[in-house]
Ligand binder design. Structure first.
Ligand SMILES: [Zn+2]
Length: 417
C-alpha cells in the first residue's frame, strides 16, 4: 500500500495566508462570525475551494460545503470540516487547521490523481465559536436538530444586529437544500487546545470523544459571628465547609484518573470581612467525564461528601445540579482508522479526550464522526500565542488524509484512466 502524503509547506503557507485576514498586532486573529473579516476569509476560502475543483454550495446558515465527486456519486460522502471564525484576539490555528487541512487533503488527492469511490465534502461551519452570537457550534447544531433556524436568525450580537441580517449582509445566506447532510464519515482535524499531547511528546492524537459536563451550584449556610469571642468548637463557619468541598471535588475527580476533571472555579464569601466568621458561601463545581454514569456517580459522591461536611462543620449545604451536557464518544471504527493512519506515518497512536466542544460533537449525532488533535505549544489556545509547529501540522494533515482514504473502499491508488 502506498502511503500518500500532503504538501506540508503548502498547508502551512495557506494557514498563514488566511491568518492575515483579521490579523492582530500581537500575531493572533480576530475574525468573528459574520463580520467583514469573516466574509473576506470566506471569499478567499471559496476561491481556494473552486481552484481545487470543488463545487461550492452555501446553505441557509452560511455554512460552505465544497464537494469533490466520487466514482460513485450516489454514495453518501465522507466529510472533512471545521470552522474559520475565531474568538476575539484568538489564534491562527483553532478551526482554520481543520478547514485548510481538509483543503490540503483535496489538493493532494488531485495532484496524485486519486479518485475515491464516495464523494468528499469539505465544510466550513458558520459560527462555531459562539463569541459574537451565542451559543457555540450553531450551524452544526441546527444540522443535528439541536437548534431551529428561526431561533438562530433572531440571535443578536452586543450591538443588536441579528444573525439573519448579518448573514444576508455579508452575502452568505444560501438555501436549506444546500446544508451538509448525514454522511458516511465526518473527520475533524483540530489543535488540541490543551497540554496532553505535549506532555506525551506526541505530535498527533486520536480523540476518543468529547467529555460530558455537569455544573452544580453549592450554597453553604452557617452563622456569621465575631471572630474574637467565638470558640472554634461552637462556630458555624461556612467557609471552613466550603474549603472542604473544594478538596472533595478534587478528590472525587482524581479517583477516576485522566481525563476526568473536577473544578471549583467560583466562590463568594459573605460578609467577606477580616474579623467576621463567614455566614454564607456560594461556590460552583464543574465535573467532566467520558460517561454519563461517571458524571452521575461524581455528583452522588459530592452529595455524600457534603452531608458529612455539613455535619462536621455544623452548617447546612444545598446542591443544585443546574446544567449538564452528555458526553459524545466518537465512532470506534473511525477511531481505529485514525490510529492506523497515525501508525502508517511511524507515529505512536495516542488516545485522548476533548474537554472542549467542537462541531464534531453535534455531527456525531447524525454521522459516524472522529477527530484528530495536533499538539498545541504550551497547551495554549483562544489567545494570540496559540501555536502548533509546521511539522506537527503536516503530520496531522497526513493522518487526516490517511483516515479519509480508509473510509472510501477501493480508493487510495491513482485512477488508471
Ligand atoms: Zn475550534
Amino acid at each position: 500500500m502506498t502511503t500518500h502524503r500532503v504538501n506540508g509547506d503548502r498547508l502551512n503557507q495557506t494557514l498563514q495566508e488566511l491568518a492575515r485576514i483579521g490579523a492582530t498586532d500581537a500575531g493572533g486573529v480576530t475574525r468573528l462570525a459574520l463580520t467583514d473579516e469573516d466574509r473576506a476569509g470566506r471569499d478567499l476560502l471559496r476561491q481556494w475551494m473552486e481552484a481545487a475543483g470543488l463545487a461550492v454550495r452555501i446553505d441557509d446558515l452560511g455554512t460552505m460545503t465544497g464537494r469533490r465527486p466520487g466514482r460513485n456519486d450516489a454514495l453518501p460522502p465522507a466529510q472533512i470540516g471545521s470552522h474559520i471564525d475565531t474568538v476575539r484576539q484568538g489564534g491562527r490555528y483553532d478551526g482554520a487547521l481543520g478547514v485548510l487541512g481538509g483543503l490540503e487533503v483535496i489538493r493532494s488527492l488531485n495532484e496524485a490523481g486519486i479518485e475515491t469511490d464516495q464523494p468528499l465534502e469539505l465544510i466550513n461551519w458558520t459560527n462555531e465559536e459562539g463569541v459574537r452570537f451565542e451559543p457555540a457550534m450553531m450551524a452544526s447544531g441546527v444540522v443535528a436538530g439541536r437548534f431551529t433556524i428561526a431561533d438562530v436568525y433572531q440571535k443578536t450580537d452586543r450591538n443588536g444586529h441579528t444573525f439573519g441580517d448579518e448573514l444576508t449582509r455579508i452575502g452568505y445566506r444560501g438555501d436549506a437544500a444546500s446544508r451538509p447532510g448525514p454522511a458516511a464519515a465526518y473527520v475533524e482535524l483540530h489543535i488540541e487546545q490543551g497540554p496532553v499531547l505535549e506532555s506525551r511528546d506526541a505530535p498527533v492524537g486520536t480523540v476518543e470523544g468529547i467529555l460530558g459536563i455537569t455544573w452544580i451550584d453549592i450554597t453553604v449556610t452557617g452563622h456569621a459571628d465575631h471572630a474574637g469571642p467565638s470558640p472554634l468548637s461552637l462556630r458555624h463557619d461556612a467557609l471552613l465547609a466550603a474549603g472542604r468541598i473544594v478538596n472533595a471535588v478534587r478528590e472525587i475527580a482524581a479517583r477516576d484518573g485522566d481525563p476526568v476533571v473536577g473544578t471549583v472555579g467560583r466562590l463568594d464569601v459573605e460578609p467577606n470581612l477580616i474579623n467576621v466568621i463567614p455566614g454564607k458561601v456560594t461556590l460552583s463545581a464543574d465535573f467532566r467525564h467520558p460517561t454519563e454514569r461517571g458524571l452521575d456517580r461524581m455528583v452522588g459522591e459530592l452529595e455524600t461528601a457534603c452531608m458529612r461536611i455539613a455535619k462536621d462543620t455544623a452548617t447546612a449545604i444545598d446542591l443544585n445540579r443546574f446544567w449538564s451536557i452528555l458526553p459524545t464518544p466518537f465512532d470506534p471504527a473511525l477511531l481505529k482508522a485514525v490510529d492506523e493512519a497515525t501508525a502508517t506515518f511511524g507515529l505512536p497512536a495516542q488516545r485522548l479526550w476533548s474537554g472542549a466542544g467542537h462541531d464534531a460533537k453535534y455531527i456525531a449525532e447524525i454521522t459516524p464522526a472522529a477527530m484528530i488533535f495536533v499538539r498545541s505549544q504550551g497547551g495554549l489556545s483562544h489567545c494570540e500565542d496559540e501555536y502548533s509547529a509546521p511539522d506537527d501540522i503536516a503530520a496531522g494533515a497526513n493522518v487526516l488524509l490517511g483516515a479519509v482514504l480508509a473510509t472510501s473502499t477501493g480508493s487510495g491508488e491513482p485512477n488508471p484512466d
